[in-house]
Design a protein around this ligand. Structure first.
Ligand SMILES: CSC[C@H]1O[C@H](OP(=O)(O)O)[C@H](O)[C@@H]1O
Length: 360
């Protein structure tokens, strides 16, 4: 039995991350036992993917706290934790999971300290560590639920040809994946005819990471260029598109890897259902629509070079937004671990209402 593909390995207060910049050629894990190592791994995209970013950040701080000398008062330790969380939140701006994790951990610490004025600092550290550790298993169980709900979005009486973008699998989460989790579930439910993955320029998450996962698990699949999407839909009869999300906002507008918007337009033109797969940790109801989402722009060399080899003319200017915004009107449904968020009779998502109902 092949070992599970793990972007994040954590055991006995030691975090290791798979350096995804070296995939698919090399499979190298690196220690990530300090906040600085966590920040650098996220910022350099050694580890990436909305859920994996949040979990790496939390566990890097958990490791640092475990090794931190016991000289802090409760007040001092609380400030230490808050300052480190704030620093980790500067590593990448678009995926909301990181910021929600930080807010939830701050609230946890605040509530514990307010409830028990005499708490031992060692106990406070342990509470943070345990909650950070819980994120790993919760993410995997969320992804398996997303996979099942997503698989049920498609007709029972036929095998499905599905298209996905970027990487949303075990290499973007703590395991199984979100959109790629749906493909895994279709495959294990014997409902998948074929998966198509876009290469996802310029970071090539599709070619380097999703293709790696699909081949690793012998899932019938084909790699295409980003520019082939419309012709694929016309020629191959795609039954659905499933993509991940970095931030789904209150009206359903979704920030995801650059190129997602284009896929949604092509899907709308070809009447292909277009699903976003995202855990609740990727939903941000503090923002009303996609125009409020900060889109990360990344370095020029990511477009002009591949593996250090220049592929674009020197001196050319570059625009490199890492994400784009897909408007809710182009999205058929949002698949979460609590179920599929549907559109109402006006063709709109009411995410706050869905969450209120499901999280009662
Ligand atoms: C479940 S991963 C969600 C999301 O994150 C990826 O972005 P990046 O590789 O830049 O971290 C991509 O947008 C995925 O869809």
């Amino acid at each position: 039995m092949k070992p599970n593909l793990e972007a994040i390995k954590y055991k006995n207060n030691k975090l290791e991350i798979l350096n995804q910049l070296l995939l698919p050629d090399s499979f190298v894990y690196e220690d990530c036992i300090s906040v600085e190592q966590g920040w650098q791994s996220i910022h350099q995209m050694k580890v990436r993917g909305a859920p994996a970013i949040a979990i790496t950040a939390a566990l890097s701080l958990a490791c640092e706290l475990y090794h931190l000398e016991d000289k802090y008062s409760v007040t001092g330790l609380k400030k230490y934790i808050f300052d480190k969380l704030d620093y980790l939140c500067t590593s990448r701006p678009t995926a909301v999971n990181l910021f929600k994790m930080s807010d939830q951990m701050k609230s946890l610490i605040e509530n514990v300290v307010n409830k028990d004025k005499e708490i031992d600092p060692k106990k406070l550290k342990q509470i943070f560590i345990e909650n950070a550790e819980n994120l790993l298993e919760k993410d995997i169980s969320d992804n398996k639920a997303i996979g099942q709900f997503g698989s049920e979005c498609f007709p029972l009486n036929k095998k499905i040809k599905i298209l996905t973008h970027c990487n949303t699998g075990s290499l973007a989460t703590s395991g199984y994946g979100t959109a790629l989790g749906i493909i895994r579930s279709l495959h294990s439910n014997n409902k998948l005819e074929h998966a198509y993955a876009t290469e996802t320029r310029p970071y090539n998450q599709g070619a380097r990471l999703t293709a790696f996962e699909l081949v690793y698990e012998n899932i019938p699949s084909t790699l295409i260029t980003d520019s082939m999407v419309s012709f694929l839909m016309k020629e191959k009869g795609i039954d659905g598109v499933v993509v991940g999300a970095d931030r789904v906002v209150a009206n359903g507008d979704t920030a995801n890897k650059i190129g997602t918007y284009q896929l949604a337009i092509a899907a709308a033109y070809h009447n292909v259902p277009f699903y976003v797969a995202a855990p609740i940790t990727s939903i941000d109801c503090t923002k009303n629509n996609g125009s409020e989402i900060h889109i990360e722009e990344r370095p020029k060399h990511e477009l002009t070079h591949i593996n250090g080899i220049q592929i674009a003319a020197k001196g050319i200017d570059v625009w490199n937004p890492s994400f784009d915004i897909t408007p809710a009107k182009l999205i058929t449904g949002i698949v979460t671990e609590l179920g599929v968020i549907p559109k109402n009779l006006d063709g709109e998502f009411n995410i706050k209402e869905f969450l209120l109902k499901k999280q009662k």
